[in-house]
Design a protein around this ligand. Structure first.
Ligand SMILES: [Zn+2]
Length: 320
């Protein structure tokens, strides 16, 4: 996008924000899907997100896993694969740098894609409200097995199928431009994979015994360590965040790539405000704000990967 190459932050807003930021001590950032969209990741969370013919939210439940663990694993294995193909962007790196320079800065992420971690965000200052795709845990009620796991695919049965061949016979009928495009795509690793998010591409049914199994109890299936609809948020994480917010005045709440309209995000913006925080929102959509903006808040419209490093530049140094 040509427009994202240059600054899109109005100078007056940038100046007032920068002046305020220099005096800030306790800062909380709230991250949502928008920051990962800057890395090209589909998020599937929220209304209207389809994976194959399924409303993605209908796959993100314990009931769906009980009924069709193979299908749910195919969805999550695909998301793990896509997340590993994506790279953290400048916003992830800028926030990681801010965390290194200010130990009173915490980040609450609703994202499960592991991009903040891969940008070396200090882990003690990163709270994952919805867990992560790269942790798995046993579904056996009596077993507490959990592990970090970045293996892709996590089991052979979940490997994304490849297109039958790089170049099909009809390539000879194509114009020169089409043929060279086909060759280029064949050389790019991911483009030889079948797009299994598209329901018109058939996928095999994966048998239960071919799904990830718990090595500890040798009885339960492993499942993705993400928070599904209807499940509580991770208790230890919530307690740590509540303790941090209660520990003193909060100077600034950064809301990045999330509308923060729903629990728990909305609640954290509210709590930060009640501790004195001014709020700065970075979002593509000007209507997507956490309720009413107050006097003294900021709204920065645009791509998080461009805006966030720019508004933090004065405290983290040049990130280009
Ligand atoms: Zn187990």
């Amino acid at each position: 996008m040509a427009s994202s190459a240059k600054s899109v932050v109005p100078a007056a807003d940038l100046q007032s924000f920068t002046e305020y930021l220099r005096g800030c001590k306790r800062i909380v950032a709230l991250l949502g899907a928008g920051i990962s969209a800057s890395s090209g990741l589909p998020t599937f969370r929220g209304a209207g997100g389809l994976w194959r013919s399924h409303d993605a939210t209908s796959l993100a439940t314990p009931e769906a896993f009980d009924e069709t663990p193979g299908l749910v694993w195919q969805f999550y294995s695909y998301r793990r694969h896509m997340a590993l193909q994506a790279d953290p962007n400048k916003a992830h790196y800028a926030l990681a740098e801010l965390a290194r320079r200010n130990e009173d800065f915490i980040t609450l992420s609703q994202n499960v894609d592991g991009l903040s971690q891969r940008a070396n965000h200090p882990v003690k200052q990163l709270h994952l409200l919805h867990g992560t795709l790269f942790n798995v845990k046993c579904t056996n009620f009596y077993c507490n097995y959990t592990e970090d796991n970045y293996t892709d695919p996590i089991v052979p049965a979940l490997e994304i199928p490849k297109k039958s061949s790089g170049l099909n016979p009809s390539a000879t009928d194509k114009t020169g431009e089409q043929a060279s495009k086909a060759i280029g795509e064949a050389l790019d690793d991911t483009s030889t994979e079948v797009d299994i998010s598209d329901a018109s591409n058939p996928i095999a049914t994966v048998a239960r015994e071919d799904l990830p199994q718990c090595p500890k109890c040798e009885d339960g299936l492993l499942r993705p360590g993400v928070v599904w609809f209807g499940e509580p948020l991770p208790e230890k994480t919530i307690r740590a965040v509540d303790k941090w917010i209660a520990a003193g005045p909060v100077d600034l709440c950064l809301v990045i790539g999330t509308s923060a309209k729903v629990f728990p995000a909305a609640g954290y913006v509210h709590e930060a405000r009640s501790q004195g925080a001014r709020v700065a929102v970075c979002n593509m959509d000007p209507n997507d704000t956490p309720g009413e903006l107050h006097y003294g808040d900021w709204f920065f419209q645009g791509d998080a990967g461009v805006i966030v490093p720019e508004i933090l530049k004065s405290v983290i140094g040049i990130s280009d």
